[in-house]
Design a protein around this ligand. Structure first.
Ligand code: SF4
Length: 144
């Protein structure tokens, strides 16, 4: 009799994931690529999300236009690493890294469960009508 293996995201902590497992956890929703605003002088101030998306985002294909070089092209792009899990509160509540860090299950629409990237679309940035970042854009005009 074949024994069903428990999926890695149910058994491992974020710090125990391989590079491939870490990358597979990202559902590609793009919500972390939206610009956020917070009062610079108050770390406890609420983090406000806008519908302005990173200038390196490819709205046509709904993904980072150059994922491998993203930190070079956009120096302010925040690296998501296992060592920074304590800072993940700014990520959307549906983000797999946030969910696994909090020991919560992945949603049924996550590609690792649904088997298709298409199930993410209603939960990603497209329904938010995202606007591509430009040099002179006023983020405050695009608060969600
Ligand atoms: S919010 Fe989380 S799951 Fe969505 S694209 Fe960003 S890292 Fe991936």
């Amino acid at each position: 009799m074949k024994k069903e293996l428990t999926p890695f995201w149910e058994t491992k902590k974020l710090s125990e994931l391989s590079h491939e497992e870490w990358e597979a956890l990202c559902d590609g929703c793009g919500l972390c690529c939206l610009h956020r605003l917070q009062d610079e002088e108050d770390d406890d101030a609420p983090i406000l999300t806008t519908r302005v998306v990173c200038r390196n985002y490819d709205l046509q294909n709904c993904q980072c236009a150059n994922y491998a070089q993203r930190h070079t092209i956009v120096p302010e792009c925040t690296p998501l690493t296992p060592k920074r899990t304590g800072e993940f509160h700014w990520l959307p509540q549906t983000c797999a890294y946030r969910l696994i860090h909090a020991r919560l299950p992945l949603p049924s629409w996550h590609p690792l469960i649904s088997g298709t990237q298409a199930s993410v679309v209603p939960h990603g940035i497209i329904p938010l009508d995202p606007v591509l970042e430009t040099e002179d854009i006023d983020l405050e005009e695009y608060l969600l």
